[in-house]
Design a protein around this ligand. Structure first.
Ligand SMILES: Cc1cc2nc3c(=O)[nH]c(=O)nc-3n(C[C@H](O)[C@H](O)[C@H](O)COP(=O)(O)O)c2cc1C
Length: 217
């Protein structure tokens, strides 16, 4: 499964089976986490036993309490930490999808209810639930390309492909508060327009756009 195919197949999944992630897959995940941490200067951590991450009633209601494992998204505090967490965290989400696993980014969870190491200068940005879903999730409402793009009227195919995949990016509350601008010199700028965790969203959207457009921005 390519990253592109993983994007088309991925949906947020909140209800999981109790099947544990196999040891071979755990090794692959840990290897990928180490690679992305090096690339993104992050301290993402895979926690096999999600423990009490989702142990409140609300999470029982949404199903998240069934998540067997998590990725804790941690990094040295910096202005661009949230965006890097979004960008590299989504690379990991797509890798997990390629392994046949399901995920859900979660901005709300029980803090300090899972065993991770957080240095003095580090911050936990948010957590990603991981496991085998009871279903593969479902398609949701989306803004149109016109609603999220700006700039030059004549849009090349590679730009439209990037936008198509950006619109499949998970965003907090499905807010999709971003604008993708095509400049006259064909460079691209993606900005967030405010909202909860919108800088994490921005990183996720950039990751998807680049995969769709087959170029880095
Ligand atoms: C930064 C971020 C935070 C999120 N926080 C939560 C959360 O706390 N609880 C939850 O159930 N879903 C959460 N989500 C999942 C979104 O609701 C979901 O991505 C969105 O509705 C789009 O659906 P999709 O992921 O199936 O495309 C979050 C997503 C993102 C990107």
């Amino acid at each position: 499964m390519t990253e592109k195919e993983a994007i088309f197949q991925r949906h947020s999944v909140r209800n999981y089976t109790d099947k544990a992630i196999e040891p071979e897959k755990v090794s692959q995940i840990e290897e990928k986490v180490a690679q992305l941490n090096a690339e993104g200067n992050l301290h993402l951590q895979f926690v096999a036993d999600a423990g009490g991450t989702y142990n409140k009633l609300i999470y029982k209601a949404t199903g998240l309490a069934s998540a067997p494992s998590i990725i804790a998204c941690v990094g040295k505090d910096a202005d661009d930490l949230d965006e890097r967490v979004g960008y590299y965290g989504e690379k990991l989400v797509l890798f997990l999808q390629q392994l046949g696993l399901n995920t859900c980014w979660t901005g709300t969870y029980n803090k300090k209810q899972f065993p991770i190491s957080v240095g003095e200068d580090e911050r936990v940005v948010l957590v990603i639930a991981v496991g085998y879903g009871q279903t593969q999730g479902k398609t949701r409402k989306s803004k149109s390309a016109e609603q999220v793009t700006a700039g030059k009227a004549q849009k090349p195919d590679w730009f439209n492909s990037g936008v198509e995949l950006a619109l499949l990016a998970p965003t907090a509350l499905n807010q999709q508060k971003f604008t993708i601008k095509l400049n006259d010199d064909d460079s691209v700028e993606i900005v967030e327009n405010g909202g909860i965790l919108s800088k994490v969203d921005l990183g996720i959207v950039k990751c998807h756009f680049e995969i769709g457009a087959e170029r880095t921005i």
